[in-house]
Every structure is written in structure tokens, then in C-alpha cells.
Design a protein around this ligand. Structure first.
Ligand code: CP
Length: 318
């Protein structure tokens, strides 16, 4: 890193990529490299968070984010607790704020929150002493997903700046898109986005992003193709005629991948709708780094937990 490199995060919480400087993003990615090395050891554990309690509070379903946070916390020796919302007093009508205040009363160091409402993490950050980590809030941000995506791109390409990154899919409902666009812009990539006109949020062009409804144009010469899931659970009306029609017009096929650079990488945050936004042969094909993204999620989340806990001179991960 250069002389102006960050050595710590300036904020107590991780609420969004919007709050991170480019130097802080690079610090997380560099720290995640050290954490990935911990994951290659026979004993995949360091004492960094010993004596600290981390609560995973997920109000929406999750496979990748929840499990990788839990593995990350355990590898850092934290005491971890998963609140099962379905058997909690949330089902009796207890609010998010009251739930959080009661958990806070048991003095956790950090709360990892996923919630259906945009802004839920900001709300808790104002009332909790514990550090709040955003694990996805509504259609707003999913910062650790963008960080693990960036880590995977940098690992494969050696850089992020200057790369053409085509992001294709349900742009309207995607918190992954929002966090990725913020991050890619901060690190100097050239993001393109593509989707049906009905699923393009207004104002996207104002972010300096190239916007198109033609998937071939987005993919042409791309270094990275990132597919986004059709978030059917967030759609009330008919945004496109049918899933079959959607796949025909926007789905990522081998023929479309052939338009990208020969060393293109294909990404997807998961969960995948095979045959809707992406063909199975592309998911399982030679350009896919989708499971690398999942693996890197553990290292990146370890880095975030470590840095929010104070980071710095812990020799156990150096
Ligand atoms: N990418 C992602 O957030 O996946 P999960 O919903 O399974 O956590």
C-alpha cells in the first residue's frame, strides 16, 4: 500500500460502501488476503475476537451471508449467537427496535443485521452501542457482498481500476447492485448495467454508469460479467412478459459470454435462478467464479469483523 493507505476504518459500523473511502476499501481487501491465509491453515482459528460476542440477526432468509459470517466469527474466536427470528418474539409483534434493545442489554460487541427495510441498519446504529454490520438492508446496500465481489475480481484480474464490469439483471430491486456500483466507481472501474427498461431505476445514469437494455452491448469486451437475480419476491406487477421471455432477452448463455474478453469471469451473488438469469452451463462452466465468491466471503467478513474490532497490530493474522 502507498503512503496514504488507510490503517484502520474511520467508522464504528459498516452500514454501506457509501461510508468507505477508496483507501478503506483497499484496507479491507488487503486484510482479507491475510484472513484467507488463516483459512488455509490446518487449525483455522485465531484468537482475535476472543471474549467478544457477535449476534447474527437475520430478518430475511440467507444461506451464504449468514453462514459465512458465522464461520468468520468462529475463526476469529468470537462467541456467536444466531437469533432465529421464526421462534423469537418478533412473531408476537415485537419491533426491530425493541428486539435490538433487548439484545443490546446482553452487551454484544457487534450485531450483524439483515432486514427487509432499507435503513434498518442506520436506525440500529443510532440506538445501539454495539457495532452494526449491514448484511443487506432492503433495496439499499449489501456492503460485504460488494467487498467480496471486489476481492474476487482483484484476485483474478490483479486490479479493479479500468476493468469493464457488465452487471445484468434485476437492477431495480438489487442492493448488491447499489453497493457494487459505489465500490466499482470508487476504485475506478467502468461499470455497465443492463436490464429490462421496467427494471432500471431512475437516476442510474447520474451515477456515471453506462446503461443499456441490450445485453450484447453490455457484455461486448467485458472483463467481468456479474449477473443479478430476478427478485420475484420483491415484484408486485409484471415487469416482463414471462421468465422464458426474460431468459431469451437477457439470460447469460455461452453464446453471449463469447462476446466478452477471452479471460472474462462470470459472477453471481446467489441464490441463482438457473435458466432465468443465467444458463446452467455458464454457472458450472470454465469462466464461472461463483463459488470462489462464496469462499472469499468468509475471508472478507473476517476482515470486516477484525477491522471493526480495532484491527491494527494483531500478530495472529499477520
Ligand atoms: N448473496 C447473498 O446475500 O446470499 P444469501 O441471501 O444466501 O445470503
Amino acid at each position: 500500500m502507498d503512503a496514504t493507505a488507510a490503517t484502520a476504518l474511520s467508522q464504528k459500523n459498516l452500514l454501506g460502501i457509501a461510508d468507505l473511502s477508496p483507501e478503506e476499501i483497499v484496507l479491507v481487501l488487503d486484510t482479507a488476503e491475510a484472513m484467507k491465509e488463516v483459512g488455509r491453515r490446518a487449525i483455522k482459528k485465531v484468537p482475535t475476537l476472543r471474549g467478544r460476542t457477535v449476534v447474527n440477526l437475520f430478518f430475511e432468509p440467507s444461506t451464504r451471508t449468514r453462514t459465512s459470517f458465522e464461520i468468520a466469527e468462529k475463526r476469529l474466536s468470537a462467541d456467536t449467537l444466531n437469533v432465529a427470528i421464526g421462534t423469537s418474539s418478533v412473531v408476537k409483534g415485537e419491533t426491530l427496535v425493541d428486539t435490538a434493545l433487548n439484545i443490546e442489554a446482553m452487551a454484544p460487541s457487534m450485531i450483524v443485521l439483515r432486514h427487509v427495510s432499507s435503513g434498518a441498519c442506520h436506525l440500529l446504529s443510532r440506538i445501539c452501542k454495539a457495532a452494526i454490520i449491514n448484511a443487506g438492508d432492503g433495496m439499499h446496500e449489501h456492503p460485504t457482498q460488494a467487498l467480496l465481489d471486489a476481492f474476487t475480481i482483484r484476485e483474478r484480474k490483479g486490479r479493479i481500476g479500468g476493468l469493464k464490469v457488465a452487471i445484468v439483471g434485476d437492477l431495480l430491486h438489487s442492493r448488491v447492485l447499489r453497493s457494487n456500483l459505489l465500490l466499482l466507481s470508487k476504485l475506478g472501474a467502468e461499470p455497465w448495467v443492463c436490464g429490462p427498461a421496467t427494471l432500471i431505476p431512475p437516476g442510474l445514469r447520474n451515477l456515471g454508469v453506462r446503461v443499456t437494455t441490450k445485453v450484447d452491448e453490455a457484455v461486448e469486451g467485458a472483463d467481468v460479467v456479474m449477473m443479478l437475480r430476478m427478485q420475484l419476491e420483491r415484484m408486485q406487477g409484471g415487469y416482463f412478459p414471462s421468465l422464458r421471455e426474460y431468459f431469451r432477452t437477457f439470460g447469460m448463455t455461452q453464446e453471449r459470454v463469447a462476446r466478452a474478453k477471452p479471460d472474462v469471469i462470470i459472477m453471481h451473488p446467489g441464490p441463482i435462478n438457473r435458466g432465468v438469469e443465467i444458463a446452467s452451463e455458464v454457472v458450472d462452466g470454465p469462466y464461472s467464479v461463483i463459488l470462489d465468491q462464496v469462499a472469499n466471503g468468509v475471508a472478507v467478513r473476517m476482515a470486516v469483523l477484525y477491522l471493526l474490532a480495532g484491527g491494527a497490530d494483531d500478530e495472529t493474522v499477520a
